[in-house]
Design a protein around this ligand. Structure first.
Ligand code: TA6
Length: 418
């Protein structure tokens, strides 16, 4: 073989290697997109591949689904995409889903086991997101720093959030039931479409905490080197909700372990076709937080920029609470029922829990008010062990126009060492 032929052969080999590489990248991107699991973009992939793959997924999440994809596996949501994109993507995933969520009242343990198996095959992410079941199915999030969260499908209730040390931050009352017969009494119940009795319904705190939500996405790959496990759930209006509240809506709730933070993003979409067909609702994330001893007012209290602020005191009159001006910067517990709604507050309150730490409850979008509650002798068996500090729109309703308008809220909980 002459030297020119050898050179041509080498050039052909190089070209074919380049083709294979390009083809491999292409196949891997398409595979990522097809599998719809952003997790598959592994951290060992190079930066340019990750960029291309993210772009492919971004495209996939934002474009209209094709007919043949309607029965495809659900997409995992990347929180690195903007929430509105996630929300729109979530809409599509609901249509694409093939997992049947059995009605709570008729759910047997074998149906729950099937559901959990289906959810694991569609949405689990090794070492980050898994589905399990005790009396009721839940998703378990694990951050590689050791933080965990447990979110029940029933009520989309985040009933547990632990720190890397293993310490539990949230509180579940001893009278709590997990059999889906009543709302879970503890963790973070979602009050929607009304807070307390402030709305048209006879059901205290609305129905969202009393229904099974659907899983519509999971993620663990905002930054592949430091994955943030997340789950997104949805509650859509149906015959049952319309009997109680005659409106077309969809709620989504995304819980993310953002390193040491717990991020809870709650969105409501008005699905009415007419812009003038408004939704009016009050709502809250009714966070139960564990304290060492609520009666120790030196060390256990809720602190915020409260002095001089307006608040409604439900301890004085639960039905028609008087509007008063608060004259302190902290709320203490242990002498009587505390049930106050602080109106239009600053964005953060700190609950000092009595062991040298505080839990920061931060409104990072959407919420207006803070509710602080401790039941005192109404719950003699457990009132010393918790206080609720809640992001809420408890008094003035949110008014949301129709035609697909979305109200978005976000609460971040962080454990702060004092
Ligand atoms: O958030 C405080 C509050 O509205 C109190 O008035 C009290 O009733 C509490 O919620 C608990 O409500 P629940 O229905 O969960 O027992």
């Amino acid at each position: 073989m002459g030297s020119r032929e050898r050179e041509r052969e080498r050039e052909n080999e190089r070209q074919s290697e380049r083709d294979t590489r390009i083809c491999n990248i292409h196949i891997r991107i398409v595979a990522c997109a097809r599998l719809r699991h952003i997790y598959f973009i592994k951290k060992e992939e190079n930066k340019s591949f990750r960029k291309k793959a993210h772009r492919a997924l971004y495209f996939l999440l934002t474009r209209k689904p094709r007919d043949h994809e309607m029965s495809a596996k659900p997409i995992s949501v990347s929180s690195s995409l903007s929430s509105s994109i996630c929300f729109r993507a979530a809409q599509r995933r609901i249509r694409q889903r093939s997992i049947v969520v059995a009605k709570a009242s008729s759910t047997s343990s074998s149906e729950n086991a099937d559901l959990v198996a289906n959810l694991n095959s569609a949405f689990s992410i090794p070492s980050s997101v898994s589905f399990e079941c005790d009396s009721s199915p839940y998703v378990y999030l694990t951050h590689k720093n050791g933080c965990t969260a447990k979110v029940y499908l029933f009520g989309a209730n985040c009933a547990s959030w632990t720190q890397p040390s293993g310490d539990e931050v949230l509180f579940v009352r001893p009278d709590a039931k997990f059999d889906e017969s009543v709302p879970i009494a503890g963790g973070i119940p979602i009050c929607f479409p009304q807070f307390g009795m402030n709305g048209p319904m006879s059901q205290q705190h609305g129905f969202a905490r009393n229904m099974r939500w659907e899983v519509i996405g999971t993620s663990a790959d905002v930054n592949p080197d430091d994955p943030e496990p997340a789950v997104m759930l949805s509650l859509k209006s149906n015959e049952e909700t319309k009997k109680m509240w005659p409106h077309d809506f969809e709620c989504t709730y995304e819980v993310t372990l953002r390193r040491e933070k717990l991020k809870c993003e709650f969105c409501v979409k008005n699905c009415a076709e007419d812009l003038k067909d408004e939704l009016e609702f009050t709502a809250a994330l009714h966070s139960y937080i564990e304290v060492v001893d609520a009666t120790d007012s030196e060390n256990v209290y809720a602190k915020g920029n409260l002095k001089g602020k307006s608040y409604m005191d439900k301890e004085i009159d639960a039905k028609n609470p008087p509007l008063l001006t608060y004259d302190k910067d902290r709320v203490t517990f242990g002498t009587k029922l505390v049930d106050s709604i602080f109106l239009n507050t600053d964005s953060e309150m700190l609950l000092h829990v009595g062991n040298g730490a505080a839990v920061s409850v931060e409104n990072t979008a959407g919420w207006r008010d803070f509710v602080v509650w401790n039941p005192h002798q109404n719950m003699p068996q457990c009132y010393k062990q918790f206080a609720c500090v809640e992001n809420a729109c408890a008094v003035k309703p949110v008014v949301l126009p129709g035609d697909g308008y979305v109200w978005k809220s976000e609460m971040n909980l962080t454990v702060v060492t004092l």
